[in-house]
Design a protein around this ligand. Structure first.
Ligand SMILES: C[S@@+](CC[C@H](N)C(=O)[O-])C[C@H]1O[C@@H](n2cnc3c(N)ncnc32)[C@H](O)[C@@H]1O
Length: 490
């Protein structure tokens, strides 16, 4: 990996211009040769050109699927290379009614036909155990597939780690080893993994990119993680290390890349071997191309009997041809945690928080009823049955997050006093405005920075989006409080 993860500029012979319906251009840029992984014939970065930055910003709406709230990048999806399917099919991987495409968030899984809602969940992928890289968390530890010969020094390196805390280092060693085994599936699949330039993981971020986060806690956490990885690499990849170890990760960047792949793609699951049930971390090819959503339409299901991992559509879910299929990576986590592990954030994360300093409190039950939010804090959801407007069956995650984090009092017996509620809501709004002012750049400036730097590294882009998403989140909460003040009389 080059030490500067900047996307190589497209050379004219590779450049492919596509005119979109609305007249914007998307450029398909093949990766440069500076990738430290093997030749990545499988992936091209789809670079998108956003709307002219002078275009008016759309108003913030509350009741709108959150995709529309994201930065309005226009893009074209690029189908995966046929080899991507072939290398799996010949090894008994099965995919039903789905196709793999490249879009703004890298590879993703899309419906290749309409799926009507069913009472029972439906399988869309089956991945054989043999294709997964698996490592157990506790002693006696084990890993699959059984490809490491007894006495190989990588075995000793893995064995020297703490299974409970170092699952990522262990899996990174196993991944690097698999890339090196002649004929191993991962040698081929590696071509379709994101290159260092394509990864959004902050493990690969420069110090300057980390400053763009405008979150010192997160930046120093990432620096610590980078240090941990580099120290591990230096300890085991020293000059006297055997050649069969050295060639797995010639430099620290290669190890950091493997670690970022592992952290952003591994899933935790229980496996049973004989009578033993173990918590394990796994890299599951194909299923690891599913992107995240806070309103996922799919989930992962492990069926040990047939040594298969199944990806299923949530029961009752209708999915239209061309729609993206998604899973929920982590439940109940704030944006900084998503950034730390995956390098992305969302202004509609229903679990994000605001650290208010005001002493004002609003009435939780009243706030919830204004937005037709039902359930307990652990499972707030928009109750469309309570809504008179038929189309308004979506409530933005920021409104739900606000319900969780706004200073509130809740007492079913005491009705809210409208004048007090309005005053409190105003005070909380002012707190949000004050928090917005603490950012050196405005939301609009961030949008312009993103628009005018299409060649910025993925980590830099992710860092700018992160602070932009916090501002969007604050603005949404301000608007939610506005609406609350308007409606509190009724
Ligand atoms: C498990 S991989 C999913 C497949 C990935 N898109 C790829 O190209 O290989 C996770 C990575 O996908 C991207 N990603 C997934 N969901 C996303 C989302 N909702 N928004 C932005 N990026 C996302 C992030 O780069 C994340 O680290």
């Amino acid at each position: 990996m080059s030490s500067s993860p900047i996307l190589p500029l497209p050379s004219p012979s590779f450049l492919s211009h596509r005119t979109l319906k609305n007249g914007n251009n998307a450029f398909l840029v093949p990766l440069g040769n500076n990738s430290s992984t093997s030749s990545r014939k499988g992936r091209r970065r789809v670079v998108t050109v956003s709307r002219a930055s002078t275009a008016p910003l759309p108003p913030f709406k509350f009741f709108e699927p959150h995709k529309a709230e994201e930065i309005s990048l226009l893009t074209e999806l690029e189908p995966a290379d046929p080899d991507f399917y072939k290398i799996g099919y010949v090894r008994s991987m099965r995919a039903y009614g789905v196709e793999f495409m490249e879009g703004p968030n890298g590879f993703g899984v899309y419906a290749s036909k309409d799926v009507e809602p069913l009472r029972r969940a439906r399988v869309i992928m089956e991945i054989p155990l043999e294709l997964m890289l698996t490592i157990s968390q506790k002693l006696p530890w084990m890993f699959f597939p059984d490809i490491i010969p007894v006495g190989h020094p990588i075995f000793d390196i893995i064995n020297s780690t703490k299974p409970e805390t170092d699952w990522d280092l262990r899996l990174a060693c196993l991944l690097l080893y698999s890339f090196d085994v002649e004929g191993n599936f991962w040698q081929l699949y590696g071509d379709f993994l994101p290159s260092p330039e394509e990864c959004t993981s902050l493990l690969l971020a420069h110090k300057d990119d980390l400053l763009e986060l405008q979150d010192t806690d997160l930046a120093s956490k990432m620096e610590e993680q980078q240090k941990r990885a580099i120290e591990f690499w230096e300890k085991h990849w020293h000059s006297a290390a055997p050649l069969k170890i050295k060639r797995l990760a010639c430099d620290a960047e290669r190890f950091l890349w493997a670690l970022s792949i592992v952290q952003s793609r591994a899933v935790n699951m229980q496996i049973r071997v004989g009578a033993l049930v173990q918590d394990a971390n796994m890299l599951v090819p194909y299923a690891d191309m599913l992107n995240h959503s806070f309103q996922p339409n799919c989930f992962l299901h492990w069926r040990f009997k047939d040594r298969m991992l199944e990806v299923m559509i949530n029961a009752g879910q209708r999915i239209k041809k061309g729609e993206e299929m998604t899973i929920n990576y982590m439940s109940g986590q704030k944006n900084n945690i998503y950034m730390e592990r995956y390098g992305f954030s969302s202004p509609t994360n229903p679990w994000d928080v605001i650290n208010f300093s005001s002493n004002a409190k609003i009435h939780l039950d009243s706030y919830l009823s204004v937005f037709n939010i039902s359930g307990l804090p652990e499972e707030f959801y928009h109750n469309s049955l309570l809504s008179s407007e038929e189309d308004n069956n979506f409530v933005d995650g920021a409104v739900i997050a606000a319900a969780r984090t706004l200073p509130t009092w809740s007492d079913g017996d005491v009705p809210p006093v409208p004048s007090t509620e309005r005053r409190s809501a105003r005070e909380l709004q002012e707190d949000c405005y004050r928090l917005l002012l603490e950012f050196p750049t405005t939301l609009e400036q961030d949008r312009q920075i993103l628009d005018s730097n299409p060649d910025a590294s993925r980590t830099c882009e992710a860092a700018i989006k992160y602070r932009l998403h916090r501002k969007l989140f604050l603005k949404k909460v301000i608007q939610a409080l506005e609406l609350y003040q308007e409606r509190i009389l009724f």
